[in-house]
Design a protein around this ligand. Structure first.
Ligand code: KG4
Ligand code: ZN
Length: 340
């Protein structure tokens, strides 16, 4: 089957064409992403109204481009998959309105896709998904969750952040260091060659048995640390050491809690997905720890960690294969819990 995937939930406009076989194999025939990061960076974060306008301009020519590249026309498409939430209301509505109009005119069903479910299954793109059940650490700009996945659509929330998400902690810490938005890649770049043990930052909630996270205290500790280094001493190596220390503190907590989830649930398969999963230091720590403990670790290719439309089409494909039907009525859901 051929699926057009559309993603407009935040600051990336994306479209992709997926070809799926009855045997469950999926192949991406064409994909495009237009990032709005340069536009929002001036404001230090995503401006919802601007995001909607940019999606509106970027999406129609992008869909034409992926259809051309994949040599697919509307008659051949079996399904349109579109992010229905969670995300920014106006931004979601651009993708949904486009998908609905195209579906209506061309008589193609439109499947609403949960953005975080799509992140969660992204390791299946170009690689293979672990057998069920598996544990997933979902780490993005707005979410930090540990989830037990028993099947497509069968999720059990094991823990989540009580305040800031891991990506948010990267973004806010970056701002304190005077780095541009988005903060994750900026901190990761600055951290290269830095000493992660130079600044003793807290590892919040590490010693608690539960699987929840809290990152706002770490952000506050970063603020105090920045204040303690006078301007005159903010040498490049100070900033690099601080970035490395922040990265290490976040990674330590994420890795420890994910491993604990696997142990508590007695499930030796671990997936890490979402924008923060693009962090090299975190990926390395996951792999090292998993090897020591005999866990199988699955992570999406770097380009499928951050927002993209291939994962939206792939999630719809998996849902379709699992026998999910499209609800009669559905709408944009800016807030949409994953676990039922
Ligand atoms: O999944 P995503 O693209 O969008 C959401 O659904 O939120 O995640 C964006 C988040 C941002 O907070 C960004 O700073 C973070 O992912 N991020 C990273 C890296 N690349 C993106 N964080 C750490 N290291 C990275 N390399
Ligand atoms: Zn995302």
């Amino acid at each position: 089957m051929l699926i057009l995937g559309i993603e407009t939930s935040c600051d990336e406009t994306a479209a992709a064409i997926l070809e799926g076989s009855d045997a469950g194999e999926a192949r991406i025939l064409a994909e495009r992403i237009a990032s709005q990061i340069d536009i929002h960076a001036r404001f230090g974060g995503v401006v919802p109204e601007i995001a909607s306008r940019e999606h509106l301009a970027a999406l129609p020519p992008m869909v034409n481009a992926v259809m051309d590249e994949a040599a697919v026309d509307w008659e051949k498409l079996d399904m349109i998959a579109v992010t229905a939430g969670p995300g920014l209301m106006g931004a979601l509505l651009v993708g949904i309105s486009y998908a609905r109009a195209a579906g209506l005119v061309n008589d193609i069903p439109v499947m609403p896709v949960h953005h975080m479910q799509a992140h969660l299954f992204a390791p299946g793109l170009g690689q293979r998904l672990p057998d069920f059940p598996f544990i997933t650490l979902l780490v993005s700009g707005g979410h930090t969750m540990l989830i037990r996945v028993d099947d497509v659509g069968r999720f059990h929330l094991l823990g989540q952040t009580l305040d800031d998400a891991a990506g948010e902690c990267f973004d806010k810490s970056a701002r304190l260091l005077g780095l541009p938005y988005p903060g994750g890649p900026a901190i990761a770049q600055l951290a290269q060659g830095g000493n992660p043990r130079r600044f003793p930052l807290p590892r919040p909630m590490l010693n608690r048995d539960d699987l929840n996270f809290s990152f706002s205290g770490l952000k506050t500790a970063v603020m105090h640390t920045v204040r303690k280094i006078p301007d005159i001493e903010r040498k490049p190596e100070d900033m690099s050491d601080l970035a490395a220390s922040i990265e290490a503190a976040i990674a330590d907590v994420l890795v420890a809690k994910s491993v604990r989830a696997c142990e508590q649930q007695d499930v030796p398969r671990l997936v890490m997905a979402g924008g923060v999963a693009a962090n090299t230091c975190l990926r390395e720590q996951f792999e090292t720890k998993a090897e020591v403990l005999g866990l199988d670790v699955f992570m999406p290719d770097l380009k499928y960690c951050t927002d993209n439309a291939a994962m939206i089409a792939y999630s719809a494909f998996l849902q379709n294969q699992a026998g999910d039907t499209i609800p009669d009525e559905w709408d944009a859901k800016p807030r949409w819990p994953l676990s039922k």
